[in-house]
Design a protein around this ligand. Sequence first.
Ligand code: NAP
Length: 537
Amino acid sequence: MATTTTPTETVDAVVIGAGFAGIYMVHKLNELGLMVRGFEAGDGVGGTWFWNRYPGARCDVISMEYAYTFSPELIEEWTWTERYPAQPEILRYLNFAADRLGVKPHFQFSTRVVSAWFDDDANQWEIILDDGSVTRAKYFITAVGCLSTSMTPDFPGLSDYAGEVYHTADWPADGVDFAGKRVGVIGTGSSGVQVIPLVAQQAAHLTVFQRTPAFSLACGNRPLTEQELQDFKDNIDDHKIRSRASGTGQYTDTLECNALDHTPERRHAVYEERWDRHRAIDLIACYPDLFASREANETIAEFFRGKIRATVTDPGLAEKLSPRTYPLGAKRITLDTNYFETYNRDDVDLVSLREQPLHTFTTTGIRAGDADYDLDAVVLATGFDAITGPLLKIDIRGVGGRTLQDKWADGPTTYLGVAVDEFPNMFMLTGPGSPNVLTNVVCAIEQHVEWTGDFIRDLEKRGAARVAPVAADAQKWTADAVELADGTLYPEGESWYTGVNIPGKPRVIMSYVGGLDVYRQICDDVAADDYRGFAVS
Ligand code: NAP
């Protein structure tokens, strides 16, 4: 148990993180008239978009949809330039939003929360910062993001390698010049497929080290027209209604019949039409059975493979780049610009780590299979310790000093993905067990912030000192969520969705797969039923 130190500040609420969730949560608490302090490790707002500055970093949700909808001013005063926004534009947007909402003065930047423990007697959290100072607060709210703890695999010899090493999730703010260099990229997930074409343009030679190929969709990015922007603003109410009523925060026109009900020719025509829309949701949610039946899924997986064969001129290379070991969508579909085209360049090589395992880094490069690859720089696009990683990095202790690490040793248990029994007055935004990453995350964040804000207002009104979920309700929520996920193809993907990318992490899907629309209704019903499942005192 941590010892009590002299607090430097006592506030009503502490919020960790200044990304989409933290900015809105601080604003919401300000509206409630509470005294709130935000802490953020970066020296500015942005969250994941502050750190992921690698070349090519771009969102996989359409810009106008990847934005707050709660404020008419923010909608009216901001104009997106591209269909899929690049990292610098998203960072500008978040700075604009934080300034317009006036939340920046409430944040202390360049400050990492090291630990937080619940003081059972005072019903307060004591939050300890990396400079040793302490803040006490009644409410402890984590807005730490789902993809904010980067993962560097424990590669043998990495520390002996004399070349430059970069991680996509922690990219130097001043950029990197690869001109004239022999570069290696490890990883072909969303970050890898975005960074690879741009590194290839700069470097003298690029070697891509691929363990599992990606299903990737050409994003067809382009500038937005004034007409599109105006139409969106004119129809914002309709957009809000439709996105809030959708399972993913992105609406699409799912067909009523199943994929297997159509002839192969008809299906192919449907997939072609949707491929040209350049939106992953239009493809994966095209037929209702695509994510329920492996046979149906294979029809669209093969369509994606056909696109790879049509792009990559060397058939052997096209086959190596074709995913065959998991259903489409069980790992996140990536969105790219010229990814497969890049492999037609003479100065780009692919090493399939399934055929040539990565043995070790050497002082000059990488040894894979029976070959040595000399490299001046290596880019690790190896991903994140997702969803629970950022929470477990903080030493969080609840009632009786119980650590969250201990509580979640076999996987996260939560109630509604928002609260944990034995951890009173703590709320998690997009926590494990909520729809989080299976949605347009800004929609999920708005739902979480608004629901949490309403709950805190209610607690304050009734003078409550302490609130925590009932253990049995949390266990039921978690068990039901796992059972729901087991009925889908998600468990078949070896990815950060299930935690298998981190050695020793319990294998469990960390998201509620039932859809944001259903989840929203459940949360609203819980609230209407006097916050059923929570013990308030
Ligand atoms: P990721 O999807 O987890 O991909 C990591 C890549 O590194 C995978 O190809 C993985 O191979 C490989 N890898 C990991 N450990 C390895 C090892 N020991 N040896 C060899 N290869 C290894 O991570 P990410 O690409 O950073 O993306 C994570 C998530 O962030 C995305 O799914 C997305 O949600 C978000 N993101 C979004 C965007 C966007 O909006 N466009 C951009 C970037 C990231 P295996 O597949 O075999 O494990």
